[in-house]
Write a protein of this length. Structure first.
Ligand code: FES
Length: 104
């Protein structure tokens, strides 16, 4: 089991546990505000945009090419931006902290 903490757009901190699937799926299943996952995780909506806590960025890694193209359309992009449907829970560092990047 991995622990993943989300800081929502309301500044609420929610820690979830998971072992498989994508981080987006984990967030949606637990109603994390600001993570919608509209495209179902195929990297074409950017409604799963998060900012990775800087200390975890190296382990999580930079966005892939398609992911980057998608992020270009999103406001609020910074060097810690990732689309969390592209991060597998199994590959995520334990204790990962993600800030929801949505603007609601
Ligand atoms: S869920 Fe659509 S890009 Fe991540």
């Amino acid at each position: 089991m991995k622990k993943i903490t989300f800081i929502t757009t309301d500044n609420e901190t929610v820690t979830l546990e998971g072992s498989s699937g994508s981080v987006m799926e984990l967030a949606v299943a637990n109603n994390i505000k600001g993570i919608e996952g509209n495209c179902g995780g195929v990297c074409s909506c950017a409604t799963c945009h998060v900012h990775v806590a800087p200390e975890f960025m190296k382990q999580v890694g930079k966005p892939g090419e398609i992911e980057n193209d998608m992020l270009e359309f999103d406001d609020n992009v910074n060097e810690y931006s990732r689309l969390c449907c592209q991060i597998n829970v199994a590959d995520a560092p334990d204790g990962l902290v993600l800030k929801v990047a949505g603007e609601e």
